[in-house]
Design a protein around this ligand. Structure first.
Ligand SMILES: [Mg+2]
Length: 343
């Protein structure tokens, strides 16, 4: 018997992909990107994505506020729309709830959900409710839209392209460590910052749309599993290799202070810690000026150049301070093999 533990999350996805789910000509992109991309009318496409959060897997009831869970469930889906360069529009939500759960808990969950929906102009158009014999399970599916000629897939990176990331890395991972009970002496403001980054991710919709409109982006993904893992997805889909300059990673002063206090390697956690929900994208080198000019305009977070795309087998190499390249083998999260990493 082969179990899901043996197969791993990505092995399972490959196995499903064998069915050739995208048989319809209107499915422009099926499995393998942040959203499915569906042909629509008038030169538009629909972007379709879904995410599930399960109690004890994605969150601990004892350590999470219901408002934050509601906010985050929508925000992570919005982030997948942002990763294609699109505009989030309509969502449906399914909830599986144990019968003895306090009703007020779900009221608070929906308060957070609607706060996020209002912020990003998303309508909650319906859903489903059911009884759960155990943990709470929450699934949200979201549709977005954009012009078909502007979609930023994972598959367009070419040798010579430059690699950029928005915002800062690792803050959410530090927040998760605090949630899980890691005891690190911290200023109250820094603790609050990390927990907020973890519980209330800010999907980069405005930046994603501006990047798509710029026409300079060749590939894009949002950071859900960590740079090392998510950049590997771009490499695999684009059939290229990537080199990251360790010294160039954007790290907040609070994050550097956290790593020093916790005695952990800031590079390692920044590259493998998930849930930053920043955008990771590649740009043609001769269009980099146009891209960098976007930063700071209209309140958009400035992108930071962190590396380059090269020809070669799909892999992510880390260039250390001495200029040496090392294979970076620590990977992101694999749902069926927690702690063992994905591909
Ligand atoms: Mg994604």
């Amino acid at each position: 018997m082969t179990t899901f533990k043996d197969l791993g999350e990505f092995g399972f996805i490959d196995r499903i992909a064998r069915y050739g789910l995208a048989r319809d000509d209107d499915v422009l992109c099926g499995i393998g990107d942040d959203c499915a991309v569906l042909r629509s009318d008038h030169g538009q496409v629909l972007l379709f994505t879904t995410d599930t959060m399960v109690e004890e897997v994605h969150f601990l009831s004892s350590a999470s506020q219901p408002e934050d869970l509601g906010y985050k469930l929508l925000a992570v889906n919005v982030s997948d729309i942002a990763a294609m360069g699109g505009e989030p529009r309509h969502a449906v939500i399914s909830v599986a709830i144990p019968p003895d759960l306090d009703v007020a808990t779900m009221d608070r969950f929906y308060d957070g959900l609607y706060e996020c929906a209002e912020q990003f102009g998303v309508s909650i158009a319906g859903g489903d409710t059911t009884r759960s014999p155990g943990p709470v399970a929450l699934t949200l599916s979201l549709v977005g839209r954009m012009g078909s000629d502007r979609v930023c897939y994972r598959s367009g990176a070419r040798p010579g392209d430059l690699i950029y990331v928005s915002g800062t890395l690792g803050d959410s991972a530090a927040g998760l460590e605090l949630v899980l009970g890691r005891d690190v002496p911290l200023a109250a403001a820094d603790r609050e910052h990390f927990l907020r980054r973890h519980h209330r991710p800010e999907p980069r919709v405005a930046l994603g749309r501006a990047l798509a409109e710029s026409g300079a982006v060749t590939a894009m993904i949002d950071l859900s599993d960590g740079v090392a893992s998510d950049l590997r997805h771009i490499c695999a889909r684009s059939d290229v290799s990537a080199v990251i300059a360790g010294a160039s990673l954007p790290l907040s002063p609070a994050y550097r202070a956290y790593c020093a206090a916790a005695e952990i390697d800031p590079l390692s956690l920044a590259l493998t810690g998930g849930e930053d929900y920043e955008l990771l994208f590649t740009v043609e080198a001769d269009r980099a000026d146009r891209l960098e000019a976007l930063g700071g305009r209209d309140g958009l977070p400035p992108p930071t150049r962190i590396g380059r795309i090269e020809a070669g087998d799909p892999q992510v190499l880390l260039e250390n301070a001495e200029g040496y390249l090392e294979q970076f083998d620590a990977s992101g999260y694999d749902h069926f093999r927690p702690g063992r990493g994905g591909r």
